[in-house]
Design a protein around this ligand. Structure first.
Ligand code: ADP
Ligand code: MG
Ligand code: MG
Length: 883
C-alpha cells in the first residue's frame, strides 16, 4: 500500500481533491506545489495510516518506515540537505492535518532534527549562531510540550527568570550565548522531569512526533470537538512532514498569516499580519504585536511600524501575486500562512477562509460579478440559516458585555430594554414609548400582546420549541429561553443571576443569537440589507421552483413578510386575532354561552372585528393568495383565569359568576391537544365557522373594491381526520359564500381546503381530495400526532433521544423525514391521484427549516410557508434544494 505522498519542486503525488486521504493541509500543500508555487518540499503520511494505527493496537504498517525513509531522501535531495546529517542537516516541521480543520489536534513541531551536533552545523552554514540556538530552544520547548508532555510553563519560567536576571525585556535581547545557556537548562529540565535525556537522534524525534499526531486524534479535546461537529472518528488525521524554512533568520526574514479578503466585512482587501525575525506561532501567540501587511491597513490602523509592503517590497509583490492566483484557482477567499527567509517567500498553507455571514454574502456576490463563480454557485455557497444573523440587530462586537446568565439562543438578534415581568405592563410601557424586555418564567398564549410590545423575550424555563421560542421566532423578536441560571421573583418584581439582583425597570440586553443575558445597555449594530443581499436573493429566486409564503395574521407580520419577499400567506391563525384587546371578552362570552343563541349574540360582536382584520390583511397582501384557517386551539386557552376576568365576562353576558365558573369547569380537558379543538369546534358549533366565513367573504368583497385587485381567499379547515368532517364544514362555508354573494351582488372567487395534520388524514387524503381544493401539511401537529410526542412536553425527554441517535434531530425543528415525511408523501400521492392539480403546501416551523425545505422540494410541494423573518432563509433554501 502507498502510505506516503511527496510534494515539492513544482510537483506532487497528491492534489486538492485528495483531502480525504491527505487531510486538508496536505492536499492543499500538494496542490500549491503542482501550481509551481514556492512550497518547502515535504510529504504527507495519509489518513489511512491513522486508521491502521487504531485498528492495530496503535502500531504502524510494516512498509511505512521504508516509505518514510525514501520520502525523506527525496525531500533532502530537493532541499540539498540530509536528515540527521551532522554537517548539512535537513530540519523539518511535523504538522497534523485532518480532513476538516480541527482544533484539539496536536500542535505543530518546528525545527525537528536539531540536536547538540546539528545545531552547530546550522550555526556554521547560516553564519548566525544566535539563530541556530534560538531555533533549538524553540524545538526543545515545542517537542517537550506536545510529544514528551513536559508543559510549556517549565520552559517559560526558566526564560523569564533568566531575562530578569540579565535585565532583558524582549526575547530579541538575548544573544547566541544566552540561548546556549537556555538550551542547556531546558535539557536539564527534561532530564529532571522524565528521568531520561531529551532525544538526540533525529529519527527518534521524528517517530515520536508522528506518534504524537496520531495519538492526538483520540485525545479528549479532539473527541469532544468531533462529537459537537458531527465528524466521524473513522476519518483519521494525516501527518505532514516538511522541510523547514526560517522566518527567524534576522531582519530580512518574517512570518505571517493573511486572508485574501476581509473575513468580517467581505471587503476586497488583503487582510493580515506578520512579524519580522519570528517563527510559526509567534504571530498568533501575542508575544509581540504583529505588523500590518499592506500600507493601506497600516495607515488605517495608525501604526508607526512599517508594513510588509514597505519593509520587504519584493517579497510583498510576490505574495500579492500568489494570493490573487490562489483565489482564482480555488475560486474562493483563501486563508494563507507564509514565511519569508532572507527575502524569499515560501507558502506554508492555504485553505478556504472562514467568514461572517455578512462577508460570505458580499464575497459570493462579488466573486460571481468577477466571473470566478456562477450565480448558482454563489447561491449554493450561502448557508441559509446564517441569513438570520443579517436580518436582526446585533451587538457591536467591540462593545463590552457584562453577562449575567446564558440560556438557549431561541430566536436570533439582540435587544435591550427595561425589565418587565407582566405582559400588560409591557404593552403599557410600549404605548408610553418605552422599550422593554419581557421577562417570564415561561410564556403562554395570553402573553402574545406583551411579547408583541416587548423588544425581546427572556424566559427561565422551556426549550428551543417552547411557546416563547416558537412565538418569538414567528414575530422575529430576539428571545433567550430556558436561562436556568436566572431566578425570577414575580412577587418581589426582581430577577437574580450571578449574584446580581435587578428590579423591574432596570435595563438588560439579551442576545438571542448566543443566548446571553447582559446587564445594562449595550451598543448595537442595525441590520444592513445591503445591495448584496438583494442581489443574491434575486439569483435565488431565479432558480427556485417552490413558492414561499408566510405565516402571518397581524398587519405588521404581513407587511414584514411582503418586505422579505413572501408570495402570499400560507397560514393565518384567526385565533391570534381573538386575543387582542377587547375581543377576548367577547370570545370568552361566546365560549361560555350555554346555548346557540348566546353564542350567536357574542359572535355578532366579533364579526365586525374579524372582518376589519381580514380587510386589512387582504389589502396588505393585495394580489397575493391568503390562506385563512378557521378557529383551531382548544377552547380552554381562552378561558378566564382570575376572578377579575370572570367578573368582566359575567358583566358582559349578564350571567352570574357562579354559573360561569361552573361552565369553565365543564370545559376543562385532560388532554387539550387531542381534545375539543380544530374542526371539532366547527362540527359542534357551526355558527363559529359561519361567522368566520362571513367575515372572510365580506372582507374579500370590500378589499377587492377598495384595492381594485381580485382577492382570492383560501379558507382552511383544521385538523380533519377524513372527508365527512371536511364536507360538513365546507357546506357551511359554501352556503355563507352564496349568502354574501347574494347580499352584495359581488362574484366571489375562493378555495376551500384543509390542513393535513393527523396521520388518518394522510391515509384518507384521496377521499379528502375529492372535495378539498388544497392541502396544507400542518407538520407541527402531524409530528405531535405521528410520533405521539407532545411538543410542549418534549423538552424533558427529547435530549437523550437525539444524543443516543434514536432521532437524528429535534423533530419539531427538522422534519422527521423517515416517519412524518412518509406520512406527508402518502398524503401527497393519494391527494394528487384524485385531484392532479391539487395545491400542496406546508405550514408550521418546518416551513422555515432548510433541511425540511429540501424534503418539500423532493416531494414536489407547491409552496412552503414560514414565519415572516424566515422568508429569506426559505427563499434561499428552496433555491438550493432546486439546484
Ligand atoms: P496550524 O494548523 O495550527 O495552523 P500549522 O501546521 O499550519 O499549524 O503550523 C503553524 C505554523 O508553523 C505555520 O503557520 C508556520 O508559520 C509554521 N510552520 C509549519 N511548518 C513550517 C515549515 N516547514 N517551515 C517554517 N514554518 C513552518
Ligand atoms: Mg496553519
Ligand atoms: Mg395544527
Amino acid at each position: 500500500t502507498k502510505w506516503v505522498y511527496t510534494f515539492g519542486d513544482g510537483k506532487a503525488e497528491g492534489q486538492a481533491g485528495m483531502r480525504e486521504l491527505l487531510g486538508g493541509k496536505g492536499a492543499n500543500l500538494a496542490e500549491m506545489s503542482n501550481l509551481g508555487l514556492p512550497v518547502p518540499p515535504g510529504f504527507t503520511i495519509s489518513t489511512e495510516v491513522c486508521t491502521y494505527y487504531y485498528a492495530h493496537g496503535q502500531s504502524y504498517p510494516d512498509d511505512l518506515a521504508g516509505q518514510i525513509e525514501a520520502a525523506l531522501a527525496d525531500v533532502g535531495a530537493i532541499a540539498g540537505k540530509t536528515f540527521g546529517d551532522p554537517a548539512n542537516p535537513l530540519l523539518v516541521s511535523v504538522r497534523s492535518g485532518a480532513r476538516a480543520s480541527m482544533p484539539g489536534m496536536m500542535d505543530t513541531v518546528l525545527n525537528l532534527g536539531l540536536n547538540d551536533v546539528t545545531v552547530e552545523a546550522i550555526a556554521q552554514s547560516s553564519g548566525d549562531a544566535r539563530f541556530a540556538y534560538d531555533s533549538y530552544r524553540r524545538f526543545i520547548q515545542m517537542y517537550s510540550d506536545v510529544v514528551l508532555e513536559v508543559g510549556h510553563h517549565h520552559f517559560e519560567d526558566i526564560l523569564e527568570e533568566y531575562k530578569d536576571l540579565r535585565a532583558y525585556t524582549l526575547d530579541t535581547d538575548l544573544s547566541a550565548d544566552d540561548w546556549k545557556t537556555i538550551v542547556a537548562r531546558y535539557k536539564e529540565t527534561v532530564q529532571a522531569e522524565l528521568g531520561r535525556p531529551f532525544p538526540q537522534d533525529p529519527k527518534d524525534q521524528l517517530w515520536g512526533a508522528i506518534g504524537a499526531v496520531f495519538g492526538s486524534w483520540m485525545n479528549p479535546r479532539a473527541n469532544k470537538y468531533r462529537e459537537l461537529n458531527g465528524i466521524p472518528a473513522s476519518w483519521g488525521t494525516a501527518v505532514n512532514v516538511q522541510a523547514m524554512v526560517f522566518g527567524n533568520l534576522g531582519e530580512t526574514s518574517a512570518t505571517g498569516v493573511a486572508f485574501t479578503r476581509n473575513p468580517s466585512t467581505g471587503e476586497k482587501e488583503l487582510y493580515g499580519e506578520f512579524l519580522i525575525n519570528a517563527q510559526g506561532e509567534d504571530v498568533v501567540a501575542g508575544i509581540r504585536t504583529p505588523q500590518d501587511i499592506t500600507e493601506q491597513a497600516r495607515k488605517a490602523a495608525g501604526s508607526d511600524r512599517p508594513s510588509l509592503e514597505v519593509a520587504m517590497p519584493e517579497a510583498y509583490a510576490e505574495f500579492i501575486r500568489i494570493c490573487g492566483l490562489l483565489e482564482k484557482h480555488y475560486r474562493d477567499v483563501q486563508d494563507v500562512e507564509f514565511t519569508i527567509e532572507r527575502g524569499k517567500l515560501w507558502m506554508l498553507q492555504t485553505r478556504n477562509g472562514k467568514r461572517t455571514a455578512k462577508a460570505a454574502l458580499k464575497i459570493a456576490v462579488e466573486l460571481a460579478a468577477e466571473g470566478l463563480i456562477t450565480q448558482e454557485e454563489a447561491v449554493a455557497r450561502i448557508e441559509p440559516q446564517s441569513l438570520d444573523q443579517l436580518l436582526h440587530p446585533t451587538i457591536d462586537p467591540k462593545a463590552e458585555r457584562k453577562v449575567l446568565a446564558t440560556g438557549l439562543p431561541a430566536s436570533p438578534g439582540a435587544a435591550g430594554g427595561e425589565i418587565v415581568f407582566d405582559s400588560d405592563e409591557a404593552e403599557a410601557a410600549k404605548a408610553a414609548g418605552r422599550k422593554v424586555i419581557l421577562v417570564r418564567i415561561e410564556t403562554s398564549p395570553e402573553d402574545i400582546h406583551g411579547m408583541h410590545a416587548a423588544e425581546g423575550i427572556l424566559t427561565t424555563r422551556g426549550g428551543m420549541t417552547s411557546h416563547a421560542a416558537v412565538v418569538a421566532r414567528g414575530m422575529g423578536k430576539p428571545c433567550v429561553s430556558g436561562a436556568g441560571g436566572l431566578r425570577v421573583d414575580y412577587a418581589a418584581q426582581t430577577m437574580t443571576a450571578s449574584g446580581v439582583t435587578l428590579k423591574k425597570g432596570e435595563w438588560i440586553t439579551i442576545d438571542g443569537t448566543t443566548g446571553q443575558v447582559m446587564q445594562g445597555e449595550i451598543k448595537m449594530l442595525e441590520p444592513e440589507l445591503s445591495g448584496e443581499f438583494g442581489t443574491l436573493m434575486g439569483w435565488a429566486d431565479k432558480v427556485r421552483r417552490m413558492k414561499i409564503r408566510a405565516n402571518a395574521e397581524t398587519p405588521l407580520d404581513a407587511r414584514t413578510a411582503r418586505q422579505f419577499g413572501a408570495e402570499g400567506i400560507g397560514l393565518s391563525r384567526t385565533e391570534h386575532m381573538f386575543f387582542e384587546g377587547e375581543r377576548i371578552v367577547a370570545v370568552r362570552e361566546m365560549i361560555l354561552a350555554d346555548d346557540e343563541a348566546g353564542r350567536r349574540h357574542a359572535l355578532a360582536k366579533l364579526l365586525p372585528m374579524q372582518r376589519a382584520d381580514f380587510v386589512e390583511l387582504f389589502t396588505i397582501m393585495s394580489g397575493l393568495p391568503v390562506t385563512i384557517r378557521l378557529l383551531d386551539p382548544p377552547l380552554h386557552e381562552f378561558l378566564p383565569h382570575t376572578d377579575a376576568e370572570v367578573a368582566e365576562v359575567a358583566a358582559a353576558m349578564g350571567a352570574s359568576e357562579e354559573k360561569l365558573k361552573r361552565r369553565a369547569a365543564e370545559l376543562h380537558e385532560f388532554n387539550p391537544m387531542l381534545g375539543f379543538r380544530g374542526c371539532r369546534l366547527a362540527i359542534a358549533y357551526p355558527e363559529i365557522a359561519e361567522m368566520q366565513a362571513r367575515a372572510i367573504f365580506e372582507a374579500a368583497v370590500e378589499a377587492a373594491k377598495s384595492t381594485g385587485q381580485p382577492v382570492i381567499p383560501e379558507v382552511m379547515v383544521p385538523l380533519v381526520m377524513g372527508r365527512p368532517e371536511f364536507d360538513i364544514v365546507r357546506e357551511r362555508i359554501l352556503a355563507m359564500a352564496a349568502a354574501v354573494e347574494k347580499e352584495t351582488g359581488a362574484k366571489l372567487e375562493f378555495q376551500v381546503g384543509t390542513m393535513i395534520e393527523l396521520p388518518r388524514a394522510c391515509l384518507k387524503a384521496d377521499e379528502i381530495a375529492e372535495t378539498a381544493e388544497f392541502f396544507s401539511f400542518g407538520t407541527n401537529d402531524l409530528t405531535q400526532t405521528g410520533l405521539g410526542i407532545s411538543r410542549d412536553d418534549a423538552a424533558s425527554f427529547l435530549g437523550p433521544y437525539t444524543a443516543k441517535g434514536i432521532l437524528p434531530s429535534d423533530p419539531f425543528v427538522t422534519l422527521d423525514i423517515e416517519g412524518v415525511g412518509e406520512l406527508v408523501k402518502i398524503g401527497v400521492e393519494r391527494g394528487r391521484k384524485v385531484r392532479p392539480n391539487i395545491k400542496l403546501g406546508i405550514c408550521g416551523e418546518h416551513g422555515g427549516d432548510p433541511a425540511s425545505i429540501a424534503f418539500c422540494e423532493q416531494v414536489g410541494l407547491d409552496y412552503v410557508s414560514c414565519s415572516p423573518y424566515r422568508v429569506p432563509i426559505a427563499r434561499l433554501a428552496a433555491a438550493q434544494a432546486a439546484l
